[in-house]
Design a protein around this ligand. Structure first.
Ligand SMILES: [Zn+2]
Ligand SMILES: [Zn+2]
Length: 283
């Protein structure tokens, strides 16, 4: 099997592990697997959108590389592959901390981040719900140095795999306790607070994706004792008209009920994209 095929198998196996651990050790009890937007997040955001944006981003970067002399560097491929992966993961994660923080503090950038905060059930899959413009920006920045600075070709695959698995982990509904590791490695204990919607401003904290250390260094960590307090509500209460889909599949098990959900989710995917371009209300 090729490395790409292996990475696909590993990602699917990791997703299955997340689902199993969510069932065994739920962080928020009573969450359903087939909740609002399951089809939307799985088929439209994770498969279709990722595939199409991947073609656009890699097509663009390869075009820039082959049609200009600016980026014919070969700076990274003399390093061992694992060093390239570690350096690029850390550098991109530092960027994403600041870009994410900026999105929460800029009304235009917030528009392309709202979708990510819209799920009312946060689980292994919900993190995939991100506006395509947000992904376009972040993944172009993520993969530009790999293509343009001449990293080894397998680095993009390793990096894609790490991002997919880490994204599932930090959103997962698993009651994992990282202890002191939570100062360095990000996990659901802190990121689920970032998605909470309790009327406070909890989500104006915990901007880190892979390394929680950025939040601790730059003063944006929010980490109450998980034994004493956990978030109870997730989503966007400040934006009640955000276009969500229907809540779960009815238990009749009929094909028509699945088709109905697929239709609603497809409509909500389109609406969620269009919603980012609504007019700003005057204060
Ligand atoms: Zn956020
Ligand atoms: Zn998130």
């Amino acid at each position: 099997m090729s490395l790409q095929e292996w990475s696909f198998v590993i990602i699917v196996a990791f997703a299955a592990l997340m689902v199993m651990l969510e069932k065994l050790f739920p962080y928020t009890k009573g969450q359903k697997i087939f909740r609002e937007g399951f089809f939307n997040d799985m088929v439209l955001y994770t498969i279709v959108q990722s595939y199409v944006l991947g073609l656009i981003i890699f097509g663009f970067l390869n075009y820039v590389k082959s049609h200009t002399n600016l980026y014919n560097y070969s700076l990274l491929d003399s390093w061992p592959v694992w060093v390239q992966v570690v350096v690029l993961v850390v550098v991109h994660d530092f960027y994403i901390y600041w870009f994410h923080r900026w999105q929460h503090n800029n009304k235009v950038l917030w528009r392309i981040h709202e979708a990510h905060h819209s799920p009312r059930s946060v689980d292994w899959l919900s993190g995939s719900r991100s506006h395509s413009l947000e992904i376009l920006i972040n993944q172009t920045v993520e993969f530009a140095p790999i293509i343009l600075l001449g990293a080894s070709p397998e680095v993009a695959i390793y990096k894609g795999m790490i991002s997919a698995m880490w994204g599932m982990f930090i959103h997962s509904n698993i009651d994992v306790r990282l202890g002191k590791l939570q100062y360095f490695i990000n996990g659901p204990e802190m990121h689920r607070w970032h998605h909470s919607d309790e009327g406070g401003r909890e989500y104006q904290n915990n901007y880190s994706t892979k390394f929680a250390i950025w939040d601790w260094i730059f003063g944006t960590a929010f980490f109450p004792d998980p034994k004493a307090r956990k978030p109870q509500l997730y989503g966007l209460r400040d934006t009640p008209d955000f276009p969500l889909s229907v809540d779960g599949i009815d238990d009749t098990g009929r094909i028509s009920s699945y088709l109905k959900v697929a239709w609603h989710d497809t409509v909500s995917y389109v609406k969620q994209h269009a919603f980012a371009f609504r007019k700003f209300r005057k204060p």
